[in-house]
Design a protein around this ligand. Sequence first.
Ligand code: MTE
Ligand code: LUZ
Ligand code: MOS
Length: 764
Amino acid sequence: MKNIDSRGHVRGESIYVDDMPVREGTLHAAVFGAPYAHGHIKRLDVSAAQRAPGVFTVLTAADIPGENQIGGIIPDEPLLAEDAFHFNGQPIAVVLADSEDQARAALEHIELEYEKLPVITDPREARAKGELLHPPRTFQLGDVDTAWAACSHVFSGRADSGGQEHLYLEAQGAYAHQVENGGVRVYSSTQGPTAVQRTAAKVLGVPMHLVEVDVTRLGGGFGGKEDQATPWAVMAALGALVTGRAVKVVLHRLDDMRMTGKRHPYSSDFKIGLDKDLKIVAYEASFHQDAGAAADLSPAVLERTLFHCTNSYFVPNVKTTAYPCRTNVPPNTAFRGFGGPQGMFVIEAAICHAAEQLGVRPEQIQKANLLSEGDSFPYGQKTVGCLAQRAWGQTEEQYGYAALLGKRDTFNAANRFRKKGIAMQPICFGISFTKTHMNQAAALVHIYSDGSIGVSTGAVEMGQGVNTKMLQVAAGIFSVSADRLKIETTNTTRVANTSPTAASASADLNGKALEKACDCLRDRLLEQAARELGRADTAGLSLKDNAVWADGAATDLSWERLVMSAYLNRISLSQQAHYATPGLHFDTNTEKGEPFAYHVYGTALYEVTLDIIRGTYAFDAVHVVHDFGQSMNPIIDLGQTEGGLVQGMGWMTMEDLLYDKEGRLMSNALSTYKIPDIYAVPKQMDVTFIDTEGAPLAILKSKAVGEPPLMYGMGAYFAIRDAIRAWRDTKAMAFHAPMTPERALLGLYPDFADEPVVDQEVAS
Ligand code: MTE
Ligand code: LUZ
Ligand code: MOS
């Protein structure tokens, strides 16, 4: 089935927040952000801005009736800065005017006097100065301290990965208006309607039932709207409450890039020990997470870095510690993979480093250490239905790894100024929110008396196709055609207390809740069918092709007649259901438990050609073997895989997020921040669906697909590095992603590089 949104998207008919027809008297907002990265506010004067043409009012912290607090995990972030600001662009005031142009023009008249305070942009410096959001966390398995002695080789080094701008096509935005009794209705481009509701209620000083949040769809979120859609929605709600008029806040791209957080950059140290057979015996790492100026989701992101610190490898002795470092950049936040990719990059770097020092191919070490059935992850959970080796093996065979390696060598021998590189990239990603309590969802289904059906869940459509999947679940259970179903907006008054649409788990969680609700309705309808058909019970009855079937044959009781008969007999045609993933637990004291419903596996194989003179590169092909379980929608899942993979390649190769020493975003526009376009995409992309059982906790055995493919992107970095290796020794080349053409060039000609050089072998 095609994505149900495709037609509307292509025709430009799909509605986003900024497309909504506005109410009469709507005010438009412009946000005044801190002009510097860290400062003490001495004087804020908005009176001149208040008098500017078209301005209705200017909101500051003084206008907040409730708490000036938007922090979720740690309450450390005001909606509008009061005494101090901690990052360049931090919201301080909001101008509300008749038009957007007037609101933006009035920003010039806001007067701010401040005293500059020291700016930190390096997470290692933050750690040294004690700027941690919370104490570091450590995951351990076995005993690394004694294990080093058993290693034949021990290497250490450093790996750095950069941030990543979400660059959702639709910028952050919300539209709010008052309703009766002091309440507000907020239309928000958010992945977390309940987060917006909860925070708006807190800031406005009203109970949650007075805040209704409605989401039609997002023009992309990628994690950037899990927590960070909230401030703009709350500003709109606050404006509506204060002025009595409807208020629209839609960020301009440059403001969005400047004011919102991104993927966390990480700077990490590793130590890896191997035995003679290249088995990894011990692995130690410390991760310095650049959390930005407030906690936001950083503690949860940090946790997932630790969960995925060994990627798809079994390592018997592990000790990894993560430091959440407070810096003066916008609070970094969720981004597809949620800290997992950053943790995985470090062990991949460690493996590559060891291979380079030992003069073997990284694939030899990777392959020798893939997870098998029953192996323990550092957090105690054991693999079930482990596909790490199968995916690797199938990739090798099906795409001819050995032949490609031969081709690389032949090409490289024949060409002086062009070199080919290849890399294999296995992945393993845990599915579930790492905070166990978040693994719950609900659904509400109404069957109308004409047989049409309205479905509400907590899932937010952001392009990933969850609405299509929800429709498939319901249509499958009732066995009715898709045009009888409508997936309603995501609305907090219909489905309450929702977790954000995140962690790739929303089709599973909301789908399972929906399945429960639909099963219930189907059973109730079949009981009515038994009465209609004069049968003793429902045995032998089923719903099929818009009708009731009895003992394998269609009856003349159609779906419509059945529904009408239930209605006339006063049988409820509505059902709510709640689902909580069974069996999950995690103890943060021991850092052990069963946090994930299941894992997703796969392997990618990259081929790249590097221009030795320019440092530029082109990907010849990427071949993927991926575990979708029993995919319920191969078209959507293929799209998620290709899109995620390319987004991961962008993070690893070309998206160079840069702040200067004063915490000002240098890569602040699409002219200075490059994301993959069609030319950056591998010339050939193959995706093979492994034929597997799926997992019982996956909806219809169709495994979660939203985030895992992003991590294939790491292979792009290592493929380019392999091409550099064909030109010169890379033993001393830093592991620093993204591998931009500039960095590739410095790798080719290291005399020009000023990057830190990794340590040599420390013990042998
Ligand atoms: N795909 C599109 N087109 N747009 C998005 O914003 N977000 C990704 C992924 N795929 C995203 C996307 C992220 S970060 C997540 S967590 C999942 O979708 C969320 O949706 P799911 O739980 O339904 O997979
Ligand atoms: N969000 C979250 C996530 O709150 N918890 C998670 O575990 C998670 N994982 C991936 C993406 N978003
Ligand atoms: Mo995705 S990072 O869980 O929104």
